[in-house]
Design a binder for this molecule. Structure first.
Ligand SMILES: Cc1ncc(C[n+]2csc(CCOP(=O)(O)OP(=O)(O)O)c2C)c(N)n1
Ligand SMILES: [Mg+2]
Length: 369
């Protein structure tokens, strides 16, 4: 026994933990392959589709920002910078896998099957943005930080119990990884070997609180150790690395081995949400520039152009097509009847408590005048 014990030196113990979680990367910032093992076996069409979705997401971010400022959209959490982290991970999902997103994960939700019109209605706080079609395996975006992790552990356990070869993908942020819910969920999912893939999108900030102030842990991936599950840190600006790691994690979880925790190192270029924060008060221009150099679209564009799979014309076409799609979806959202207070109240509980019943009656009387 004694010979297996290490020297009692806390510096050494800490250094050993810190050395265990390298960042996995397939492409460098110029789109060159640095680790061929992480280059996935995707067809040319699939590679183009992944780039198309990332460009689509960048345009959606820009247009949503504009629509919000025109007062035509409600809540919006910017996504630019996080395209590889979001779209390349979702690209690894099966249609029958469940998606439990956070408020910033609308792009994955739409790619998983939520009509864009409904996503816009959700943004406006309209109940109609939460009625999901039976075949859409997803829950609406969670606003309570970390709560989707707990729900994901439950859904993942359900899949396990039904011997499903499907998994749950859930996303939180660096800030979310400080919540009790986070630890409880991965611990529970680990204990029951539930079919979950848990993402931490580490964009460096929880609103204005820098990652360094969240935790003394050198990586967020290492939080998996205490749950007894694999944890891995991946370059979240590298679509190929994110895809490969997500795909492998999906296979591992679907085959009954239990959950995986994936930390994607990423960045949001915009503010936390469009509800008022000013990132220049907590982030330097230098830091913004540093991350712009790692841009996932630039990197993937270079990789695909070298293969003859992408061009400026192709990108322009995707941008135009996305703008049209957004125009149509927002016009459709505008045609949905405005939500009444009574509609809103009726959607709060499946079985209405007395106080809510009285409020519904009050508003219905008022609305009928
Ligand atoms: C339980 C809970 N506490 C506090 C908040 C307020 N809040 C909204 S976003 C946020 C920061 C989350 O940061 P992070 O997890 O890093 O995600 P990001 O927004 O960077 O994607 C906080 C504290 C909340 N929504 N829920
Ligand atoms: Mg964050």
């Amino acid at each position: 026994m004694a010979e297996k014990q290490k020297p009692l030196d806390f510096n050494i113990l800490l250094d050993e933990i810190n050395a265990e979680f390298p960042t996995y990367q397939a492409l460098d910032i110029d789109g060159n392959v640095v680790n061929p093992d992480l280059v996935p076996d995707l067809s040319d069409e699939e590679l183009v589709e992944l780039m198309t979705r990332m460009v689509w997401s960048r345009v959606l971010d820009q247009r949503s920002t504009a629509l919000n400022r025109q007062g035509r959209l409600g809540f919006f959490a910017p996504t630019a910078g996080q395209e590889a982290s979001q779209l390349a991970s979702q690209f690894a999902m099966d249609k029958e896998d469940y998606l439990l997103p956070g408020y910033r994960d609308v792009p994955q939700l739409v790619q998983h099957g939520l009509p864009l019109t409904e996503a816009f209605l959700w943004s406006r706080g309209h109940a109609a943005g939460n009625y999901y079609a039976e075949d859409l395996k997803a829950l609406p975006p969670q606003i309570i930080i970390g709560a989707q992790y707990i729900q994901a552990a439950g859904v993942a356990l359900g899949m396990k119990k039904r011997n499903k070869k499907n998994v749950v993908f859930t996303y939180t942020g660096d800030g979310g990884s400080s919540q009790g819910d986070f630890y409880e969920a991965i611990n529970f999912a680990g204990a029951y070997k539930a079919n979950g893939v848990f993402f931490i999108q580490n964009n460096g900030f929880a609103i204005s609180t820098p990652r360094e102030k969240q935790t003394a842990a050198k990586t967020l991936a290492q939080k998996a150790v205490a749950a007894g599950i694999p944890g891995i840190q991946v370059d979240g600006m590298d679509p190929l690395a994110v895809y490969t790691v997500s795909k492998k994690a999906r296979e591992w979880a679907a085959n009954g081995n239990g959950p995986v925790l994936i930390e994607t190192l990423t960045y949001r270029y915009g503010p936390h949400t469009l509800s008022g924060d000013d990132p220049t008060r907590y982030r330097s221009k230098e830091l913004d520039n540093e991350w712009q150099q790692k841009d996932p679209l630039v990197r993937f564009r270079k990789y695909l152009e070298a293969k003859g799979l992408w061009s400026e014309e192709k990108e322009e076409a995707v941008i135009e097509q996305t703008k049209e799609e957004i125009k149509t979806a927002i016009a459709e959202a505008d045609r949905v009847p405005k939500q009444k207070v009574s509609d809103f109240l009726k959607n709060m509980f499946e079985v209405q408590p007395q106080a809510i019943k009285e409020q519904i009656a009050f508003y219905e009387a008022k609305e009928s005048k």
